[in-house]
Design a binder for this molecule. Structure first.
Ligand code: FEO
Length: 400
């Protein structure tokens, strides 16, 4: 059985957490050697049990077993579906199948049809059309829509009496925390790296919605004692830390002098140019993160775009390949536009054998994006003699 954890996080409210040991590529796309958890929650009330979300389908049996340790499954009266992505709803079919109490599902209006389409199940359903409160037993639940965090049907739940906000994808992160809460975790800054990567890869395309939803949540002025996401660490000592972290990342705000360098080098020509650039960056006190597509190894896309989300300068080195961009760097550009797309200066360098085509193509690809190309330096084979001077002048201008 996979590693599971049950913890009472507030009176009669339990975290049900599983570590997904099997996944290597989240959403079959993002490399996550640090792993991921799925967090569901269950609340015992005087009027029956309320289940919030679930786990991925392959862990349905584990979910039922873990859930049964805390509550009588036949006492589940409501199932709150905050978000339909199957990492949170995969176990829903099994739960509905075995509960004799025939729970009512609560979710945004779109959820009913999605459950039918995803799982071929007809449900008793209560749609949440706007922010609204529902009193169940001795608890008042406020459901707050948070569209595009991560999908259009997402919402969060605030349990008034417990001052607990259950947020599903929002404020979650990759990684397997050692403990349950932020005040128990030894290395929060390490954990936040997984949060940055998670936000960029999973919800990065919807940054404007992250900002809007957080501003909306702050307007409601709820007091949060526990912030409980669907992935990773729970926050009780400092819930505003994770809220602010999400907010500032979504805004693309950068405090440090940090450069991201991403390039390919088939035969070492671009390597030489990059080495010159990195030296100049370091002399100018930049922290530099380098990702190279070479013939010995390849970087992880999830890490490239994560670093791009808060770098103050980006250098792209792209070889010419069959009259076009080196294909793997074309993919990097595509992901940068989709998931990062922020106002940040970008220097492009390119090496060619017989035709300088990459510069114009990249300018065309980026023309509707927010990235600001500060210069394009193209050279045949090795960089030209004046390359170093040009780069110094470009970086001087970037710093200004
Ligand atoms: Fe964790 Fe969008 O699912």
């Amino acid at each position: 059985m996979a590693k599971t954890l049950v913890h009472e996080i507030a009176k009669n409210l339990y975290l049900l957490r599983i570590v997904d040991d099997n996944v290597k590529y989240f959403e079959a796309l993002w490399e996550i050697p640090e792993g991921i958890t799925y967090n569901a929650y269950v609340l015992k009330t005087k009027e029956g049990v309320i289940l919030f979300d679930g786990w991925k389908e392959e862990y349905s049996d584990d979910f039922i077993k873990t859930l049964s340790e805390v509550v009588d499954i036949d006492e589940i009266k409501f199932i709150v579906v905050h978000h339909m992505e199957p990492d949170h709803t995969g176990s829903l079919g099994k739960v509905l199948d075995i509960t004799k109490s025939k729970p009512e599902v609560i979710g945004r209006p779109m959820v009913k049809d999605m459950i039918r389409s995803f799982y071929n199940i007809e449900i008793k359903f209560k749609p949440i059309k706007r922010t609204e409160e529902l009193v169940i037993g001795n608890h008042s639940l406020m459901f707050i829509p948070t569209p595009w965090l991560h999908w259009p049907e997402t919402m969060v739940t605030y349990i008034k009496e417990l001052k607990t906000l259950i947020t599903c994808d929002a404020f979650g992160g990759y990684g397997v925390p050692h403990k349950v809460f932020d005040d128990e975790e030894l290395d929060i800054s390490q954990y936040l790296k997984g949060v940055k990567k998670y936000l960029t890869t999973v919800i990065g395309s919807y940054k404007a919605h992250i900002i809007k939803n957080i501003e909306n949540l702050l307007k409601i002025k709820i007091e949060i004692s526990v912030l409980a996401p669907g992935h990773g660490l729970l926050w009780r000592k400092n819930p505003s830390k994770i809220i602010n972290y999400y907010y500032h990342l979504a805004k693309g705000e950068v405090k440090e002098r940090r450069a991201l360098v991403v390039y390919d080098s088939m035969y070492g020509f671009i390597d030489k140019a990059i080495s010159t650039i990195v030296n100049i960056l370091k002399k100018n006190k930049f922290n530099v993160e380098i990702f190279k597509f070479g013939d010995k190894k390849r970087p992880k896309m999830s890490e490239i775009i994560s670093e791009a989300s808060d770098s103050s300068f980006i250098v792209l080195g792209i070889s010419t390949y069959e009259n076009d961009l080196f294909p793997l760097m074309k993919n990097v550009l595509d992901m940068l536009i989709k998931k990062v797309n922020r106002e940040v200066p970008v220097l492009l360098i390119s090496s060619y054998g017989w035709g300088p085509v990459v510069g114009a193509k990249v300018l065309e690809i980026l023309k509707d994006s927010r990235f600001k190309i500060v210069d394009v330096l193209q050279f045949r084979g090795l960089p030209n003699e004046d390359f170093e001077e040009k780069v110094k002048s470009i970086i001087d201008n970037v710093i200004k």
